[in-house]
Design a protein around this ligand. Structure first.
Ligand code: F6R
Length: 606
């Protein structure tokens, strides 16, 4: 949700920041901008639209200087115009900002009363004006920052550059992420360590509520109105080799193909190499947990819905799955001793972070399931289970999802054993099914030409229905989300049994219906739904295994035959074909799978 970067260097800073913004563009691409200092004077370039627009502006009018700040925007306050593009400048101060200053209206009114004229619709501009006003009144930039921080409400991160201060950047974070990078006589700051990967791996993570003074010689961190605090330097595990597209057209395509490794690495981390069993992380290792509450958003929420089946049927633990954005503002009634699991690829989704805090208020211990170990959600939880998918850049989550599902399934098996619900024989069979998944996913990926042919038809549809029962139901929801977010085709996921209660009215000969039907305990009932769709002329796209295809496939259908796996792990495998269908439909339509309109990865606004 907006990417921000800042650098104090001994080399031309604009190309270096542009490169860092490329790695942050997944966070938003409504507009982009840079500001630099040359001989103490502020220079700024901005452009609406994707980063390519800013590149063109910079090619025509290069930016001088060795210190600067940059921004790629996901619009919240004001349309994606040049005037609303960051950096925002007031007098000597330039600001790039991610998140929302919630009390901006009151602050704006105060400044307007003093005659300040605003040039944008953004909430950000108040920060620039307040700092500039304080500096004009004689405060040092650091004093101005210390006075400003207690006045700001909301969840945000921002970086400030001040005219005449060539060796200074000010940075602050509240709920939104921010990482500081230390170089050799250079200092950097960015929304994540990935942005800084080619510049330095020496990272200082700011804690929630911290603000910092960066100079080429190092960083000093403060809280509130200026209380100094120590934050440790860490070596980031992200390398610059991880952040390219390789030979793929899109990050999404690359990440779909990285799933065998993502699943295998996650299993490797979750299963003890000696015993082959998963260790149960705290707080789930406590005896007699009365209830698990899963909180998550989007695709991570669907991973949670899948996990509910596993936790209930393998481990016998009562489980609720809650949309983080709803849960956080509800008076949920949760039992003492209960555990909440916050699932988030980025570990930064604000809704999920707020739901985590709410769960704590309601007396729950929290386990984080995240892909980014240094993330805020990981740091605020009582225990952490890590997926090892590697950095994910495509806005539509793919490899992180299958890695989440893998970790959750392994966890449910371990809990099933610990709670005496699952025999060792069945647990071993399930673990073997998980260990076999990278190979099975690899087999699915070999049939891309088939997916492309089906996607050719899918791309021409106006509406698409996805149906699944039981463990396939959350994957039907996931398939519909993937398709709508990257192709803009209206798609709905439904529990197959619900079709007759309403959505069946939509079915006609123009409506493709993607039906997920592995041969499992729900298969016979799903088979009836297939007949009902056919009877109304719907175009069936059937995802099943060999036995299912022999039983159900008909000449007029598209049938995708997937490897036969234990039905318990089938959702992990079936997540892959729904990604491929959506991806190739986007390629067919010519939409941008990596940067679909209006979206951004890592949603750090509410
Ligand atoms: C969809 C997608 C989003 C995210 C959601 C939560 O493909 O990627 O729906 O799943 O924004 O993000 P995380 O998992 O980072 O909390």
């Amino acid at each position: 949700m907006c990417g921000i970067v800042g650098a104090l260097t001994d080399r031309p800073v604009a190309p270096l920041m542009l490169d860092a913004l490329r790695r942050l563009e997944y966070r938003g691409y409504d507009s982009a901008g840079l500001a630099t200092l040359a001989d103490g004077v502020l220079h700024r370039r901005r452009a609406a639209g994707k980063l390519a627009g800013l590149e063109a502006v910079l090619a025509a009018e290069p930016l001088p200087g060795t210190s600067g700040i940059g921004h790629t925007r996901w619009a919240t306050h004001g349309p994606p115009t040049v005037a609303n593009a960051h950096p925002h400048v007031a007098g000597r101060v330039a600001v790039v900002h991610n998140g929302i200053i919630e009390n901006h209206a009151a602050l704006k009114a105060e400044l307007k009363a003093e005659g300040v004229v605003f040039t944008s619709d953004t909430d950000t501009e108040v920060v620039a004006h307040l700092l500039d006003r304080a500096i004009r009144h004689g405060q040092t930039p650091q004093e101005a920052m210390a006075a400003l921080m207690p006045r700001l409400a909301g969840a945000f991160a921002f970086v400030v550059l001040v005219a005449g201060e060539d060796d200074l950047l000010l940075a602050a974070r509240r709920a939104s992420p921010l990482a500081i990078g230390l170089g050799d006589g250079e200092a950097f700051v960015g929304s994540d360590a990935v942005a800084l990967a080619p510049l330095t791996r020496r990272i200082v993570y700011l804690e929630d509520g911290d603000w910092a003074v960066l100079r080429r010689g190092g960083v000093r961190v403060f809280r509130d109105a200026g209380v100094p605090v120590e934050r440790p330097e860490q070596i980031s595990t992200v390398t610059s080799a991880m952040v390219g597209k390789g030979n793929y057209r899109h990050f999404m395509e690359k990440e779909i193909h990285e799933q065998p490794e993502a699943i295998a690495h996650t299993l490797h981390a979750v299963l003890d190499p000696g015993t082959g069993r998963a260790t149960i992380p705290p707080p789930l290792d406590a005896p007699g947990i009365p209830k698990i509450t899963i909180v998550a958003a989007g695709t991570s929420y669907y991973a949670g819905l899948t996990a509910r089946y596993w936790l209930e049927s393998l481990a016998g633990i009562a489980t609720e799955v809650e949309l983080a954005s709803e849960f956080r503002d509800r008076d949920a009634v949760l039992p003492p001793g209960g555990v909440a699991i916050a699932i988030s690829q980025s570990g930064e989704s604000l809704d999920t972070l707020m739901a985590l805090r709410r769960a704590k208020e309601l007396g729950q211990k929290v386990l984080a399931l995240v892909n980014v170990p240094e993330s805020t959600i990981a740091r605020e939880s009582d225990g952490v289970l890590l997926t090892r998918a590697g950095p994910e850049f495509g806005v539509a989550s793919t490899k992180a999802t299958t890695a989440q599902l893998t970790a959750l399934c392994a966890l449910a098996i371990a809990l099933g054993r610990a709670h005496g619900r699952l025999s060792e024989e069945r647990a071993t069979a399930l673990r073997e099914a998980l260990v076999g998944l990278p190979g099975r996913v690899g087999e699915v990926l070999q049939h891309e030409a088939h997916f492309m042919r089906i996607a050719h038809d899918l791309a021409r549809a106006r509406d698409v229905l996805y149906l699944g029962r039981g463990l396939s139901y959350p994957i039907a929801l996931e398939g519909a989300l993937k398709l709508k977010e990257i192709t803009y085709i209206h798609a709905e996921g439904y529990a197959a049994g619900e079709m007759k209660h309403g959505p069946i009215a939509l079915i006609d000969e123009t409506m493709p219906v993607v039906i997920l039907a592995p041969t499992d305990g729900w298969f016979e009932k799903t088979a009836s739904n297939v007949s009902e769709v056919r009877a109304r002329g719907g175009k069936v796209i059937l995802l099943t295994d060999a036995a299912g295809a022999a039983r159900l496939g008909e000449p007029g259908d598209h049938v995708i035959v997937l490897p036969t796996v234990d039905p318990m792990v089938a959702p992990i495998l079936y997540a892959v074909p729904v990604q491929l269908l959506a991806y190739y439909a986007a390629v067919e339509k010519g939409t941008d799978a990596d940067q679909p309109r209006n979206l951004a990865k890592s949603v750090t606004v509410e």
